[in-house]
Design a protein around this ligand. Sequence first.
Ligand code: NAD
Length: 510
Amino acid sequence: MTISDKLAARIAQTQAHLARFRDQPLGHLIGGQSVSGTGELFENRSPVDGSLLGMVRSATGAEVAQACEAARDAFPAWRALAGSERRRILHRIADLIEARAEEIALTECIDTGQAWRFMSKAALRGAENYRFFADRAPDAANGLSLPTDTHLNYTTRQPIGPVGIITPWNTPFMLSTWKIAPALAAGCTVVHKPAEWSPLSARLLAEIMLEAGLPGGVVNLINGIGETTGKALTEHPDIKAVAFIGESRTGGLIMAQGAPTLKRVHLELGGKNPVIVFEDADLDRALDAVVFMIYSLNGERCTSSSRLLVQRSIHDAFVDRLADRVARLKVGHPLDPDTEVGPLVHPRHLDKVLSYTGIAQADGARVAVGGARCQRADLSPDGCYVQPTLFIDASAGMRIAREEIFGPVLTVLPFDDEAQAVALANDVPYGLAGYLWTGDVGRANRVSLAMDAGMIWVNSENVRHLPTPFGGMKASGIGRDGGDYSFDFYMETKNVALALGNHKIQRLGV
Ligand code: NAD
């Protein structure tokens, strides 16, 4: 079979998986039951060619309330279940994700435009998230012993209650598992609202969780528009905490919407992450990482390094090599195994990303590579394909150096010395991740400590270790995910003080 025969077979296989979504509007899963819903319908189209994947229902206020009440009613029994039993069910979910990993990945590729080479791993990463938190479920309640002369203090954790989980359209399956798995392991029940531009894999995940034996109501899935369905979820009094991944502006709205009911919020928001390349770095490896960290996942990645800060002494040579690599990136159909950059998620997002070419030029920067739609005979003219783009001759005040573009677009800024590199790195509203490349261990530590970002990678791209904290500073968010940090969010810490004997009690009113 030639590549195009193989691709045609892949597309046919995917269409068979997707047929069910075309047959009837995608509704909700509430209390273990499929609910078709009565709310407005919206279209879900593929960014590959603009074809209609199906219609989706937006949950009404009453349906959101029904889901929150189902989560509330399921909470006492789920919370009371032994941690070992929660562990067993979560491992079963991981088994079923692995068994359907190909279907999940194919669905995600067509729904979001992400390339197969990355999505096939993302589905398996989702299973890993369940296994990781499954194994921690039995000990999630454990706390500290803090004795004094008179009292034994001990802390314990208990699940906060039903939680709302709101996810974005970039790698939606992986991000949903990343939030839902620790919530369930902690003993919380969940109402999940996925993004309206990529609702399909959330349905597969919810079905898998029910099939694995999760009791009805422990996880509920509602589809819908953020400003209505999502808002109602964040306002519902039965929801005790909201875990949100999305744009910084939406994060602010969610805090405000949850304020009257005193919701705990965890916000994982946008980024404009720097990668700093010093002249003493291993420049071959640095180049590989720079290209990977902005052009993989279509650049639709919160931790992408969208600003390259490169030392002036090596700037021209490094940028020449970079431009050559960017120009060679393979844009194509997401199911083609050779594709490195697929179509962007939605025509509105495509327009936003493309608008930065004009913005860059108006501000005085230069387009070294790309900057326009990618139009080729083998790509659908209705697909959201964009040329991988490199902006050079930029300066820190320009919009391309400050705003999250969230596409395969890199802005290069030169610097002279370490102090200027740090100043440039920190000179944005965001503070999610920072990357730096240097052969000097002292400099690596100094710069890591000086960067205002929640996560720093030195001489590395974004390699995740699940127990480590994940999250951002400044406009990039509030709170941390990963390992025990996730449990701190989904659980309340309680202190019990136990008198050891007859300590003195003040006697009043004697
Ligand atoms: P978005 O904020 O537009 O939407 C995210 C979700 O919020 C969607 O489900 C949407 O329906 C919902 N929503 C929108 N308005 C709402 C409201 N008023 N109340 C409740 N829910 C509402 O974000 P997006 O465009 O889908 O995702 C891209 C963004 O996500 C980027 O900024 C990216 O950096 C960020 N992101 C951050 C991380 C991280 O870990 N920090 C990870 C992935 C993505």
